[in-house]
Design a protein around this ligand. Structure first.
Ligand code: NDP
Length: 249
């Protein structure tokens, strides 16, 4: 439970990658300013986080189950937070999807929007009433550089992040009136399981309907240059966690 003076921070998608490192970084804050509620949809995946949190686990870091795609899970999770009081909500959970639209079913596309767009909307809707009542709060959303710029064969992922950018830009003005901040983080490439999965998806990828020049551009220009960018400039989840800490301080 949070001590008085500690900010309650709820983070989505803490089983791996960026979410895990944000949770650990804030839970290990040298001034113990945060009580972190690290959430994940499958608590069987908690070991990596618990190990990384070390002594902070059970003290400045506690766990709750949360699937951002389920209305019920979102409501239950927030109801399990003492007095539903969350000072800082970090919407990190997200999924990628790569390939020409002809090879992707509408159902698969909807799953990406369910997580990356409606997952964030569900969370914001659930925490907003309490934040408005207290006239204080901070909502952080993990977008992507692909929330600002389209990228070939990332059409659906890009669209989901663009949608979230539009939603948050519109919401920010309304929330400001209640002294609630809304911040977007737009990382470039980050070395996580997300990246590993994307590379696996590329290896299996087929290109029905795509024209030969686009496929050639993707395979011979875009992919090699992306890998170069990853190697030269790719950030680590810890870099993003440090940046986020500055945003919420
Ligand atoms: P990871 O795949 O390592 O982590 C994604 C996290 O989201 C996992 O914990 C995953 O849980 C969780 N998640 C997925 N679906 C749900 C759901 N329905 N409910 C709750 N949690 C869910 O990827 P990253 O750490 O790289 O990605 C984190 C965020 O950063 C994403 O929003 C992504 O779009 C964004 N981002 C990533 C970049 C990168 O290069 N890696 C660049 C820019 C932005 P589970 O283990 O259960 O699948």
């Amino acid at each position: 439970m949070a001590n008085s003076g500690q900010k309650v921070v709820l983070i989505t998608g803490c089983s791996s990658g960026i979410g895990l490192r944000i949770a650990v970084t804030l839970a290990k804050d040298e001034k113990k300013r945060y009580h972190v509620i690290a959430t994940m949809r499958d608590l069987k995946k908690k070991d990596k986080l618990v190990e990384a949190a070390g002594d902070a686990y059970g003290k400045t870091l506690t766990l709750l189950p949360l699937d951002v795609c389920s209305d019920e899970s979102v409501k239950q999770c927030i109801n399990n937070v003492k007095d539903r009081h969350i000072d800082i909500l970090i919407n990190n959970a997200g999924v990628g999807l790569l390939g020409p639209v002809e090879s992707i079913s509408i159902e698969e596309m909807k799953k990406v929007f369910e997580t990356n767009f409606f997952g964030v909307v569900r969370m914001i809707k659930e925490v907003m009433p309490d934040m408005k009542k207290r006239r204080s709060g901070h909502i952080v959303v993990m977008s992507s550089v692909m929330g600002l710029q389209g990228v070939v064969f990332n059409d659906v992922y890009t669209a989901s992040k663009f949608a979230m950018e539009g939603f948050c830009e519109s919401m920010a003005v309304q929330l400001m009136k209640f002294n609630i901040r809304l911040s977007m983080i737009e990382p470039g490439p980050v070395h996580t399981e997300f990246e590993t999965k994307m590379m696996e998806d590329v290896a299996k990828m087929e290109y029905p309907g795509a024209d030969a020049d686009t496929v050639r551009y993707f395979k011979d220009v875009y992919l090699p240059s992306s890998i170069d960018i990853f190697e030269a400039m790719g950030q680590t989840p810890d870099d993003i966690a440090k940046c986020l800490k500055k945003v919420i301080e």
